[in-house]
Design a protein around this ligand. Sequence first.
Ligand code: AMP
Ligand code: MG
Length: 401
Amino acid sequence: MSLFLTTVSVEEAIRAARTLATPLPSEELPLSAAYGRILAADIRADIDIPGFNRSSVDGYAVRSRDTAGASETMPAILGLSGHVAMGDSGYRNLLPDRCLYVPTGGAVPDGADAVVMVEHTESIGGDILVKKPAATGDNVVARGEDFRAGSVILSGGTRISPREIAALAATGTTTVPVVTRPRVGIVSTGNELIPVEDIPSGNQVRDSNSWMCGAFLIEQGCIPEYYGITGDDRTLLREVLGKALSRCNAVIVSGGSSKDDRDMTADLIREAGEVLVHGIALTPGKPTIIGRANGIPVLGLPGHPASAFVVLLVIARPLLSRMTGQKDQELVTKSFVLGENIPSARGREDYVRVRISEGKVYPEFGKSGLVNTLIRSDGLSRVPSGVEGLEEGDRVEVILW
Ligand code: AMP
Ligand code: MG
């Protein structure tokens, strides 16, 4: 067996990862619990919303043609027919040359097609002087203008933010169909790893990847399940992996993903399934495994924390979004001018941690085993595989943290 990994492009790796993911079933949740979840189906408006022509100001409902040519000096004089109270649905028909007081949110009566703001009127005796002409539709939210009965207001795959909650509430969606959250197991492997509460001695390293992966999974709408630390021991790892596979929808194994006689993750995946990718033309993140065991997707991350994070972002994210049912989303990037050269090798995609200072981007070079670059940097800049680095003054896209 070769000691070197055969790498595939980032694009191929993402494609492979996505083929492994199977969408999860949906569940129904009360509106109060739907925040942050992914809609499992399209949502339609039950009725026209608003269900009546609604005034958006305090003012007088008028027939706009009765106000034609009105001005400060030559106001239109309209007889006041009464007041509409909030919640009042007695849509009185407005007669010509008359008006009706309507508060903000009140129903505009039949016959009226506009509302003149109180500020543009004067009340004299039983009459209202309108000092500004109104056009059809002025200050009126028409019936069904917000949402038409039966129309799709939100499509399946949408992440439910407070804004979507408003739309769901407005359309009477008390029970929301959402995609079940995938349970994703996390296993950290390495003889040198110790729990975070312990103090390292000798060559020991605290397991930070389990917790980084867990937080990332929560961010992606998954439920992390922690399977702790396993030494570089084939039998133990097989046992823990088996347990995780039996309970989870996907498993992430951190560490032990390169080709080394201690790195048995790929072998164990192969025993229970297949390895689709072992090695990606990606820096950092080359020793990555994408496979399936017992029908469950398994991702093997390199142990170096910064490498692991890049693989989570670039490879795990598209795989997980297929499982969570979230619509494909490009990573949000922002364009900046590069303040310093970034060298890179052709044929691999580089994700460089960068810092932003005075509107310019600077690479935060540091070994991928260092956690400090993850918190010192503001984001990642991608150097495409076809170029030999980027030069000072180039415009670059930054995936901001
Ligand atoms: P490996 O991918 O197993 O060859 O590990 C590469 C480097 O990452 C080594 O220096 C490990 O000590 C470190 N490492 C591996 N797993 C973790 C982890 N869970 N948390 C922090 N560092 C780790
Ligand atoms: Mg290791």
